[in-house]
Write a protein that binds this ligand. Structure first.
Ligand code: VAH
Length: 309
């Protein structure tokens, strides 16, 4: 059986539904600090669970005989800048909890998400390499960089089978994103439909790596099902699909809603976005586990407007 921590978040919600579809609802236990949407709550077992509480997680693991854990609970980049110590505590203690459960032999496999936020202002921005300069300047990025080091350490020292991808900004319609810098790329579709205009908190030229959620979920499942002997990366895999600016996404929306207007009022999140890469080299993921994205910007816009409309 599988346990998902942070099952009610933007990725967690869709990961839970995808895993339940694949493995059967009863063998996928969703958990979070708060209850989730009806679809999630009605489709299989749920536990209220604080991912920073080792004993509470251990109880759920023993009760349901869990063997795989997906740790999707975290505080994202924008919110983490407002509450640094809470972000560090949540992001790191939850990771130590699952790594130590695996080290104790209580679970056998872990998925843990990293992010393009591990890269910093002096990382080469185009086609950012799997292994390169990495001096993150955000609390969230520092926690992801440190988390990657710990994942690789536990793999090498204790043979813990922990797997990870560096997600780009993710675009989805089933749940709202939770406090990230790339959230503009979700909000813009809601606003385009509500009032045909959007005031963007990033400037028009801010080019960032992005991905449609269906691709992110498929990548996650592909990595978890890959043969361990093919995995050459045990920190976290670069994962890419497309890169675009707020201007690009606005133009894509105008193909469907010609009267759509975008304006720009960059806020504190501009500095976070400026510290991140513009595009990602994910050739190692292609080589090791045959990663290939399927959704481009126009596909994403069509999906978002169809499902939100
Ligand atoms: C954030 N959506 O904005 C997350 C993600 C690359 C961005 O880490 O913080």
């Amino acid at each position: 059986p599988i346990l998902i921590l942070g099952a009610c978040g933007q990725i967690g919600t869709e990961l839970t539904m995808a895993l339940r579809a694949k493995h059967g609802s009863e063998s996928v236990v969703a958990s979070d600090i708060r209850e989730g949407n009806d679809t999630l709550m009605e489709s299989g077992p749920f536990e209220l669970l604080d991912a920073t509480n080792y004993e509470a997680i251990e109880d759920v693991v023993m009760h349901y005989e869990i063997d795989e854990v997906y740790l999707m609970a975290a505080m994202l980049s924008a919110t983490a800048e407002k509450f640094p110590m809470r972000a560090w505590n949540l992001n790191m203690s939850s990771l130590f909890n699952v790594l130590n459960l695996a080290k104790e032999g209580k679970i056998s496999k872990i998925f843990w998400p990293s992010s393009i936020a591990v890269f910093g202002p002096n990382t080469p921005k185009e086609d950012t390499a799997q292994s390169t300069i990495m001096e993150p300047s955000t609390v969230y990025g520092i926690s992801k960089q440190s988390g990657e080091r710990w994942c690789e350490y536990y793999f090498k020292k204790f043979d813990v089978d922990v797997r990870s991808v560096r997600y780009p900004g993710l675009i989805s319609w089933k749940t709202m994103p939770g406090g990230g810098t790339t959230d503009y790329a979700v909000e813009i579709y809601h606003k385009a439909l509500e009032n045909q205009s959007y005031k963007c908190f990033l400037g028009p030229e801010t080019k960032l790596p992005m991905m449609y959620m269906d691709d992110a979920i498929r990548a996650t499942l592909n990595l978890m099902e890959a043969d361990a002997k093919n995995l050459s990366v045990r920190s976290s895999y670069n994962l890419g699909s497309m890169s675009f600016t707020p201007e690009d996404i606005a133009d894509s929306i105008k193909n469907h809603i010609p009267e759509f207007k975008i304006s720009y009022e960059p806020d504190f999140r501009q500095q976070i976005a400026d510290s991140w890469p513009s595009s990602i080299d994910d050739s190692q993921a292609l080589k090791d586990w045959n990663w290939k994205p399927e959704f481009n910007l126009d596909d994403t816009t069509a999906e978002m407007l169809k499902n939100l409309g």
